[in-house]
Design a binder for this molecule. Structure first.
Ligand code: SUG
Length: 452
């Protein structure tokens, strides 16, 4: 009862999706991410990509969920190109980078911050020692184009979750490939209700100097980084479970665990081969959350290859208000593979808490290896915490319309790799972001707006 009176029993999981940036492109920057490699150098469609992302947010908002968003990052990011030694007028910087080091230009232009699951790890107030919501931006140390994200991510999170009474912000875990942190893409929280203390499940691909990792593709998440985040957030060690990701899954293209698992409250929906030792993990989780339940899809039904190709596990497992049973929000691609669709229908119709399937079109993101779950950062909020969120970053019908109009005004329909050096694209970025910060009332948020 006390839980209900102080409002914590009414805590909800909000989703903050990354708005797709106007330079959304396919540069093949992520080894081990098979979709990124497959689509490298293909033309992209930034306007469609951003509209698909907004449509997903609107769909979840209309279904009754709390939906927020994170702003796109400034790309091309001139300070990154300056740091690589390209100086002078903006147009010259872009032209010389394109000629001498196109890979560096691609790094400075990637719209990868759209995958908000990698933005940070977030611990709800029910789990932290000081009763605040804790945020640690991911250092994303293992991929150069993503390692430039944490500084702005931290600034954006502090802008959205500004109230110190409710929100605590930590610096990223010191970088270095051995301490790679990929944020919430390798973190799930199991609990009986969102407002009650839960179990934090951190999945890692590498640990210390051990050699138990994958052999073909990089393991991005380090155990040491997860442990640092758990300490910084004041999590109770008795409620933290560390689990090794199955190296076979990483080698099959599951570069983050959220490609092969997703959780909601007491339920983990997972591929049989997602974790190295699923039985031990289930036992550890059940010790903290007695109602813990795992819904496993056997490899005999859906191979890892089909799982990675269709992203059925990169779905959002949510409670829709007024609906009995949980809902999986899945990418369209997962109903195009007959084996995957059959497995999903068996789950929906089986004796387990998952009862509904919803499909969304996020194909532009999918082609770079990002499904519905990659696009969102989960933040559990009590009513008081929700009231303390900067309301400009919460989606409602009017905000959705305004963002659609903004995208249509500023985003190109098509972008090719050669376009990244076009100085007009930089001008378009600055005009778009100036309009966005005016729309959101943030004042100077971006580097180019703050430059002396
Ligand atoms: O980090 N793709 C992203 C996809 C991230 C998906 N996120 C989660 N699974 N949570 C990545 O590999 C590709 C960019 C390019 O190749 O242009 C890219 O960064």
């Amino acid at each position: 009862m006390a839980q209900q009176q102080d409002g914590t029993g009414l805590a909800v999981e909000a989703n903050f999706d990354g708005i797709v940036g106007n330079t959304h492109n396919y540069a093949g920057l992520s080894p081990g991410n098979l979709a990124s490699a497959r689509h490298a150098q293909k033309p992209s469609h930034p306007r469609a990509a951003a509209r698909q992302g907004l449509a997903k947010m609107k769909r979840l908002h209309d279904l009754g969920l709390v939906q927020g968003f994170l702003p796109p990052h400034e790309r091309p990011h001139l300070p990154t190109l300056h740091a690589f030694g390209f100086t002078g007028k903006a147009a010259d910087v872009l032209a010389r980078a394109a000629k001498d080091a196109p890979a560096l230009l691609a790094i400075a232009c990637s719209a990868s911050p759209m995958w908000a699951a990698n933005a940070a790890t977030v611990s709800p107030s029910a789990d932290s020692a000081d009763g605040r919501v804790h945020f640690t931006p991911a250092n994303l140390a293992s991929m150069a184009h993503r390692a430039i994200e944490p500084a702005f991510t931290g600034r954006a999170l502090r802008t959205i979750f500004a109230d110190d009474a409710h929100f605590a912000h930590h610096p990223p875990v010191p970088a270095g490939n051995r301490f790679g942190d990929e944020g919430a893409a390798n973190y799930d929280r199991l609990c009986s209700a969102h407002g009650e203390a839960g179990a934090a499940l951190f999945v890692y691909g590498r640990a210390g100097g051990d050699e138990a990792g994958p052999t073909r593709h990089p393991a991005r998440q380090a155990l040491e980084a997860s442990a640092a985040v758990a300490r910084a957030h004041g999590l109770d060690p008795a409620r933290v479970v560390y689990a090794r990701q199955n190296p076979v899954a990483i080698d099959a293209g599951a570069f983050h665990n959220d490609v092969v698992s997703v959780a909601n409250r007491h339920v983990l929906f997972s591929h049989e081969q997602a974790l190295a030792d699923p039985a031990a993990v289930a036992e550890a989780l059940r010790a903290v959350v007695p109602a813990f339940e795992v819904v496993t899809v056997p490899a005999a039904q859906v191979s890892l290859e089909d799982a990675v190709g269709s992203y059925l596990f990169n779905s959002q497992l949510v409670d829709i208000p007024g609906r009995e049973g949980m809902t999986l929000v899945l990418p369209e691609e997962s109903r195009e593979n007959p084996r995957v669709l059959a497995a999903l229908e068996a789950v929906r119709d089986g004796d387990n808490p998952i009862a509904h399937l919803e499909f969304v079109d996020v194909r532009q993101s999918m082609d770079n290896g990002g499904g519905p779950a990659c696009l969102r950062l989960r933040v559990v909020l009590t009513p008081a915490e929700r009231a303390a969120v900067n309301p400009a970053f919460l989606l409602d019908d009017a905000r959705y319309d305004a963002l659609c109009t903004w995208v249509d005004r500023h985003y190109r329909e098509t972008l090719t790799p050669a376009d990244l050096a076009d100085p007009a694209l930089l001008d378009e970025t600055y005009a778009a972001l100036d309009d966005l910060t005016a729309l959101l009332g943030t004042g100077a948020l971006y580097d180019f707006q703050r430059a002396p």
